[in-house]
Every structure is written in structure tokens, then in C-alpha cells.
Design a protein around this ligand. Sequence first.
Ligand code: FPP
Length: 236
Amino acid sequence: MIDLEKIPEHVAIIMDGNGRWAENRNLPRIAGHNAGMIAMKGIVKAASAIGVKHLTVYAFSTENWRRSSEEISGIFKLLVIYVEKELDELHQNNVKVRILGNYDKLPKEAVKSLERTLETTKGNTGLQFNIALNYGGRNEILRAVKKIAMKVEEGILKADEITERDIADNLYTSGIPDPDLLIRTSGEMRLSNYLLWQSAYSEFVFTDVLWPDFTRKDFENAIEIFQHRKRRFGGR
Ligand code: FPP
């Protein structure tokens, strides 16, 4: 049983294993992404019901552009379908959507759907659903460094006075607390350029379950494991 008094404020997820799920069934990879999208819907609902404040999912990385154009366009089509089908419900459930990453490089239709979603849900105060799209952790840090360097060039800031807070404030996640719990599915145990700065003290939970099979029960299990960890943040 999860302890409702100790719900992680921010849960981040690497939704991995869609491709293998499809291969196991002799289906095209995009069928795996479609099943992954359905799983994602379920976890958004679960997170909202449990009282998680921030849910951040890795939907498309800066490295995913190396995949076939068919798979890439399929993922973005699914994104549009997801947004068009779910927007009303997300809004009714008081969910606020935010995008992490350089999403204006996405296909036009996806950008349009996303902007409508951001606009519609911007005043909502329930679960904040952060979707990492065309996101890469190193790129995010580089972008922050450039923004800070500009301020130094302009004489607004002294190099010696740059703080960790300045860096955090210039990441896509500015204003979002660091993830307490980071879940990766499908048996892979690496960070893959996800939330590099933000995950400094996150608890990691890895599961062999492939993302399309990941249910509310699996999500609750991960939270339960998190609740049994002793977090010291480098202290004693
Ligand atoms: C990783 O599985 C998954 C992705 C790269 C895409 C995630 C996309 C979704 C969950 C559905 C689409 C929804 C949105 C909002 C874009 P993989 O393909 O790396 O699986 P594999 O490691 O088994 O090949």
C-alpha cells in the first residue's frame, strides 16, 4: 500500500520499451507507440488521482531524430491524436500541460495542437503534466549557459556571481521542483540525457515492464519502493 501522506511531489518517467512491445507481437513499431500513448493516459490519471503535483514524461529526445522518418512522423501524429482526444478531459481534471524542450522544431500540426493545449490549460492548478519533446539534458544545460553568458556580456551579471539557482532558473524546468522519483521501464538502466541537472538527488526505480504494459499498479509499486528509500541528499 502506498502512504498517501508521502506522495512524491514530482515523478519523472522514461517511457521505454514501446518498440520491443510491438516486436514481441510482430506489429510495426508505431503500434507500440500507440499502446504507449494509451499507457501514458492511464498514468496521467493515476498521478492526478494520487496527488502527484508534477509528472514529467520523456516523449521525444533530441536523439530520437535518428529514427526512421516513418517512426518520427508516426510519433508526432500520435501526439496530435492524444492532444485532440484528451484536451477536454485534461482540462476538466484541472491538469496543466507544459512542454520541456524545443518544440517549435516539431511538425506544424503538432506545434499548433500543443499551443492550444498550453493556452487552454495554463490556468489549471491540479497535476502539472510536463511533456519532454525534442528535449535533451545536455542541450538544455548548454542553452542555459548561453543565456547566462549573454547576461554577463551585457554586464547584468558578474561571472563570479553565477549561482546554481541561476542555472536552474534558465532550464526548461524553471520553477518546477526537482524530480523526487525517476522511473525507467523496460529493463534499461541509464539516464539517456534526461533531466541531467534536475535528477542530482532523485531516487531511481527501474522495472522490466515494457512501457505499454505499465499500469497504475506498477506506478503505485514504484511509489511504494520510493517511500521505503532513505533520502539523505548528501547529508547524514
Ligand atoms: C521509447 O520506446 C518511447 C519513445 C521514444 C516514444 C514515447 C512515445 C509515446 C509513449 C507515445 C506517444 C505520445 C506522445 C505524447 C508523443 P522505444 O521505441 O525506444 O522502445 P524500444 O527500446 O523497445 O525500441
